[in-house]
Write a protein that binds this ligand. Structure first.
Ligand code: ATP
Length: 441
């Protein structure tokens, strides 16, 4: 993949209503994006797919939706107030700011071309600050959370006491996080406001390595299940220089984005660091009493932390194809897995007259209960198919004159473009069967 692929994805996203730049009519806001009519469906579908996988389909994982604003001491205890920083340099000439670890400080300045114009690197905290209440002073500072994980640790005791969960168990959460990122290029890959899907798995000390291996396996399987091609996924183990000081082991799942291999999700063995920190700072007992062994301990945590918005970019990048057809025509197609496609089935009457569009409209209404549907009766059928290919709709149903006499319709498959006639009464079963057995060729 290449930068031109990224440009094409960005342009398709805007043209078809997946993703827009925030506040575009005012010139835009860097690092902030809006999910349009198709984008919000795609993002919600990925979120729901993750949520079902992590809660409903697993033993012992419960959900949580903690608030974005938390007591400021949470971020003192977690280390974010003192350590969540990037080293920054400013150019004295053009005033641009750069991450010191991402540019060559001995070369000329990337924006104005000046040489030896950089300030000494300074640590810059990535948390957004705001004030709560009517007084705007140091005592009213609160932060927009830079990760969802701390809400889970802070509620650990509440969840244990209220839900009868027993170790090992997990808490899953999806929500917005905020980081004052200086380098926000590459579309939605790195933004200042983004969403995370995190699961913290609490286990007994000594069992952590076993669960760490287990979750590594589960998380990679998840992406295959969502239809992502294996050749675009790989593991990257954190070396000594990348590993957080408290972490015992950490792997990233990397995806081959249009700009190259980059982190998609982290699987981390965080030991008992977080709960111990919160126990020390809050002075509340966060130990767990094992009913079987009668042992009391601070649980170890295996974390799986994925970006939801970064998943959207992954899904778009993996799905995007410009396919050259016989005869030389090129069609743009998004090969979304049917379980996450914004539209599952489009209903298209071949012609508008003789009761055909009425039949198609009725059919589309009946399918709404089961699938995300779309109805389109305007333009040549070939053009309508292409429009559906471009937004990744896996199935198109065409209604024609034969439908009125024998009750059959045509099902067209997005990937193979094959068309078969089936009984209209069996559409739901047929599509469900295809969704369950979907495999991208
Ligand atoms: P990086 O080193 O790239 O800044 P990180 O290692 O700090 O990222 P984590 O704190 O481990 O990232 O966050 C977990 C996940 O959240 C990442 O794998 C990524 O998918 C997502 N994420 C983190 N920061 C951003 C961001 N600014 N925009 C979009 N997604 C993000």
């Amino acid at each position: 993949m290449s930068d031109t692929t990224m440009e094409k994805i960005v342009s398709l996203c805007k043209r078809r209503g997946f993703i827009f730049q925030s506040s575009e009519i005012y010139g835009g806001l860097t690092g902030a994006w809006d999910y349009g009519p198709l984008g919000v469906e795609l993002k919600n579908n990925i979120r729901d797919f993750w949520w079902k996988e992590m809660t409903q389909l697993h033993d012992n994982i419960v959900g949580l939706d903690a608030s974005i604003l938390m007591h400021p001491n949470v971020w003192v205890a977690s280390g974010h107030v003192s350590n969540f920083t990037d080293p920054m340099v400013d150019c004295r000439q053009c005033k641009s700011r750069f991450r010191a670890d991402q540019i060559d400080l001995t070369a000329s300045c990337p924006v104005c071309g000046g040489k030896d114009t950089f300030t000494e690197p300074r640590n810059f905290n990535l948390m957004f600050e705001t004030h709560m209440g009517s007084v705007k002073d140091d005592s009213s500072v609160v932060y927009l959370r830079p990760e969802t994980a701390q809400g889970i640790y802070a509620d650990f005791k509440n969840v244990v006491q209220s839900s009868r969960v027993k170790i090992p168990f997990g808490i899953a959460q999806v929500g917005k996080s905020f980081r004052n990122e200086i380098t926000t290029k590459n579309f939605i890959f790195r933004s200042c406001e983004f969403e995370q899907m995190e699961m913290q798995y609490f286990c007994a000390p000594g069992e952590d390595e076993k669960w760490f291996d287990f979750w590594k396996g589960e998380r990679m399987k998840f992406y295959s299940k969502m239809g992502i091609r294996e050749k675009n996924l790989r593991w990257h183990q954190h070396g000594e220089d990348e590993l957080a000081f408290y972490a015992k082991d950490a792997y990233d799942i990397e995806f081959n984005f249009p700009m190259g291999w980059q982190e998609l999700e982290g699987v981390h063995n965080r030991t008992d660091y977080d709960l111990t920190q919160h126990q020390n700072h809050s002075k509340k007992d966060l130990t767990y009493l094992d009913q079987e062994t009668k042992e009391r301990y601070v649980p170890y945590v295996v974390e799986t932390s994925a970006g939801l918005t970064r998943n959207v970019l992954m899904v778009l990048s993996d799905a995007y194809e410009e396919e050259t057809l016989e005869g030389g025509d090129v069609r743009t197609v998004l090969h979304f897995h049917p379980a996450i496609a914004p539209v599952t089935v489009a209903v298209l009457p071949l012609v508008k007259k003789d009761g055909i569009s009425e039949y198609a409209q009725e059919l589309e209404k009946n399918l709404r209960e089961t699938f995300a549907t779309f109805y389109d009766q305007s333009g040549a059928i070939g053009r309508r198919y292409r429009r559906m290919d471009e937004i990744g709709t896996p199935f198109c149903i065409t209604v024609d004159y034969d439908t009125l006499t024998d009750g059959t319709v045509t099902v067209r498959d997005r990937d193979s473009m094959e068309q078969v006639r089936i009984d209209a009464a069996s559409i739901v079963d047929e599509l469900n069967k295809r969704i369950r057995s979907y495999h991208r060729g």
